[in-house]
Design a protein around this ligand. Structure first.
Ligand code: ADP
Ligand code: MG
Length: 395
């Protein structure tokens, strides 16, 4: 990486603004139901505290649409962070750029922590407003960006702010960029990508970019149906994007030209309706009943995909193989996850639903790197430059 990291700068005694992604799930009572994202930033925060920096934490939470909304307050995150830091005090400012934030930031001492209220209570954050960015920048001397999950957006706290104070990556960001960057720019081969999920239209950029890099491309999930339809199979009531049939054909031709093995299902699990209690059976792709729909890859396909994963050294996976939300259609995703784990490859999974699937199946621990950024990891895999990463100071 030619960008500066927290390792490359002097932070002792300085005021440091850390942009984190504490967009954590909460129940109706405001209890945090999964604190993974808070835990993931502890190495950066502990490093800064050990260097005696004065640490100001900024994040967004939910979609308050630019208005103050108590249900999206970051206060519970501040409390949880305090617990995770063994009771260390986390001061809290009830705004992000107003008089309270200014005053508390100005008074903050080395070794102290201050969390600002939700950045998105102000519409100027998402608009990358220069005035808002300047105010935020005024709170600190340096920005540490540890929010990979928002760095595909040019928002004030990751982009505009870097006009006024220098920005470096935090340790969580470093981890993301290292794993994703290594896979995309210098993969150990064989390199296998697994792309699934609902629609091919969501993943066109990823498939096109990865076709230039991988040895094998495995397709599953709803999007596989569009490829099957493009091959002339009858797909019944399966999810098919008719307008993407020509694209699917083009991608198959491109794979052949580039010498990439493109693997498609040879059998699928079909259901008589889209429901958890649907009737279901495995059939060859040439025998999908007209009134049924394909909701998972079948057992023969699983075998084939597992064989293709054997010996892989790098695996990038985005998108579940089936409708894993219904237990009857989670087997394909589960088996592929087991095969990824068994391969011993450096494995990287990105995508909100893909991660949710692995967690539901209790297989997340078998993956080398689970990206904390759904949309950001997709854009990275598309080969796009992320605005929040581009804005980091050069080495
Ligand atoms: P990610 O969030 O990991 O990028 P996507 O959002 O692209 O993944 O896709 C996830 C969704 O795709 C899941 O909700 C899953 O139910 C759905 N899906 C997977 N296979 C099928 C299928 N055969 N038919 C319809 N939907 C599917
Ligand atoms: Mg999704």
């Amino acid at each position: 990486m030619n960008k500066k990291s927290l390792n490359n700068v002097w932070v002792s005694g300085k005021k440091v603004l850390v942009r984190v992604d504490y967009n954590v799930p909460m129940d109706k009572e405001g209890n945090i139901t999964d604190d993974t994202r808070i835990r993931a930033t502890i190495p950066t925060l502990e490093f800064l505290l050990s260097k005696n920096a004065a640490v100001i934490i900024a994040s967004h939470l939910g979609r308050p649409k630019g208005k103050v909304a108590p249900e999206f307050s970051l206060k519970p995150a501040a409390q949880r962070l305090s617990q995770l830091l063994f009771g260390r005090e986390v001061l809290f400012a009830n705004d992000s750029v107003g008089p309270e934030a200014n005053k508390m930031a100005a008074a903050l001492q080395p070794g102290q922590l201050l969390m600002l209220e939700n950045l998105r209570f102000n519409p100027k954050e998402e608009k990358n407003d220069p005035e808002f960015a300047k105010h935020l920048a005024g709170l600190a001397e340096i920005l540490v960006n540890d929010a990979f999950g928002v760095s595909h957006r040019a928002h004030a706290s990751v982009h505009g702010i870097t006009k006024y104070i220098p920005a470096v990556s935090g340790f969580l960001m470093d981890k993301e960029l290292m794993h994703l960057g290594q896979a995309v720019s210098d993969p150990v081969r064989p390199f296998v990508a697994i792309i699934g999920g609902a629609k091919v239209s969501d993943k066109i950029g990823v498939i096109e970019n990865l076709l230039n890099k991988v040895d094998t491309l495995i397709i599953g999930g709803g999007m596989a149906n569009t490829f099957l339809a493009a091959q002339g199979y009858q797909t019944g009531k399966s999810l098919v994007e008719e307008d993407k049939l020509p694209l699917a054909k083009e991608l198959m031709v491109a794979a052949k030209e580039k010498g990439v093995a493109l693997l498609l299902p040879e059998d699928v699990v079909v259901a008589d309706k889209f429901a958890a209690d649907a009737e279901f059976k495995a059939v060859p792709v040439a025998q999908i009943p007209a009134e049924w729909m394909a909701l998972d890859i079948g057992p023969a396909t699983v075998k084939n995909y597992a064989a293709a994963l054997q010996g892989a050294k790098t695996v990038v996976w985005n998108g579940p193989m089936g409708v894993f939300e219904f237990d009857a259609f989670a087997a394909g995703t589960e088996a592929v996850a087991q095969a990824v784990a068994a391969s011993g490859a450096q494995s990287i999974v990105g995508g909100g639903d893909s991660v949710a699937a692995l967690e539901k199946l209790k297989l997340a621990g078998k993956i080398s790197h689970i990206s904390t950024g759904g949309g950001a990891s997709l854009e990275f895999l598309e080969g796009k430059e992320l605005p929040g990463v581009a804005a980091l100071a050069d080495k």
